[in-house]
Design a protein around this ligand. Structure first.
Ligand SMILES: [Zn+2]
Length: 384
């Protein structure tokens, strides 16, 4: 990253604050469907934008959950990420062989073709941008994990068709209204996300697929709750509410009107900064492996989680990974206490359970009672 580039956060502030007053002439509306509203053109919603960018930079954050009513721009924001996607290495081989398979398991870990290629120093992968895969609301379990390939089965060749989860490997999987999805589908997705792979068995045939994806979910709390164990799997959680500032609402209206009139002009208005931001995301992702947490930042994070009485270990993991991503976004190799402070609300909210706090307090009372009675009945051993 060049020194005179503004940091990712500066860029976000600067562009989001820009007034969009240029008159936009009516244009060709014919192809508007595949023209996405630009990420940098979204008004306000600073925390949502930050969370989505951190998830692009560090997949170890393990996903983002957007909680809020309809019409707050959640889906628009997620779709607009498509223009900022970093590049990843994808296998050139139909069996999905990767150089890291050889590094971990030797030449036998890949197919003969790839072993030969590797020996000759030829690449096994190519660079490709991360894609946004959307889970349709009516998806069946078979669509998600894959099933028997019916066309092949008709010719007496049993074969497994790759499901959506396999397609989501190294991509972003977006689930709108995640709280309305059938339990079996949510469980399959979360298991695959946790392990980075999954296996489908259909009769005598089985297929194992990589499924290392970043999960983004959105939900409207008015339409149903999310099971606590599912909620816990999303690293960053945010409450997305409508814009409250009248100036911001007016500005949002102007931009939407401009976009509906001439989407290409709106995209063009942000094109230069969008490219710049995409480069920043890629640079941050490249820098991430060398970013360390300062000891003071670790201590602050641990203390925070302890004071809030959060049990899930995922709270610390996400907090520290998000702080590292933020430092990388800022072109720094050390994550500080300030980074922890910035990302903390995103990582700890919706993790506290009053039930568990009460339960443990009650349990401590019982433990003391047990010890007291025990000491009464059986003389405690002498202190060594
Ligand atoms: Zn291969």
């Amino acid at each position: 990253m060049s020194e005179n580039l503004p940091s990712l956060q500066q860029l976000l502030e600067q562009v989001s604050g820009k007034r969009f007053l240029d008159a936009v002439s009516p244009g060709d509306r014919g192809l508007a469907d595949d023209i996405r509203f630009p990420f940098l053109g979204l008004v306000g919603q600073r925390e949502m934008k930050l969370a989505l960018l951190l998830a692009l930079i560090n997949p170890a954050i393990s996903g983002v959950l957007l909680v809020g009513p309809r019409g707050t721009g959640k889906t628009t924001a997620v779709r607009s990420l498509s223009d900022l996607m970093p590049l990843v290495h994808r296998s050139l081989c139909q069996y999905g062989c990767l150089p890291e398979d050889i590094e971990a398991g030797g030449m036998d870990a890949v197919c003969p073709d790839c072993a030969k290629k590797y020996g000759e120093g030829r690449p096994l992968t190519y660079l490709d941008p991360v894609k946004l895969i959307e889970l349709p609301l009516n998806a069946r379990l078979e669509d998600v994990v894959g099933g028997l390939d019916e066309a092949a089965a008709a010719h007496k060749r049993m074969r497994i068709r790759r499901g959506l989860l396999a397609q989501a490997d190294q991509n972003i999987l977006y689930i709108d209204e995640v709280n309305l999805l059938a339990d079996e589908i949510v469980d399959a997705i979360l298991d695959a996300a946790a392990q980075g792979m999954y296996t489908v068995r259909r009769g005598p045939v089985a297929g194992t697929y990589r499924a290392r994806f970043v999960l983004i979910g959105s939900m409207n709390p008015e339409e149903g709750r999310l099971r606590p164990q599912i909620l816990d799997r999303f690293g960053l959680r945010l409450i997305v509410s409508g814009l409250t500032d009248p100036d911001e609402r007016l500005e949002a209206y102007r931009r939407v009107r401009a976009y509906l009139t001439n989407p290409k002009a709106v995209v063009a208005a942000y094109a230069a900064e969008t490219l710049q931001m995409r480069d920043e995301v890629q640079a941050a992702r490249n820098l991430l492996p060398s970013v360390r947490l300062q000891p003071a930042a670790e201590q602050a994070g641990l203390q925070l989680v302890q004071r809030l009485q959060i049990d899930s270990l995922r709270a610390e993991i996400t907090l520290f990974e998000a702080a590292r991503a933020l430092a990388a976004a800022d072109n720094r190799t050390e994550a500080t206490v300030a980074d922890v402070r910035t990302v903390a609300p995103l990582t700890v909210r919706l993790r506290r359970s009053q039930f568990m706090v009460d339960y443990f307090n009650q349990q401590q009372v019982e433990e003391k009672e047990i010890q007291r009675v025990l000491d009464d009945v059986i003389t405690p051993p002498a202190q060594a």
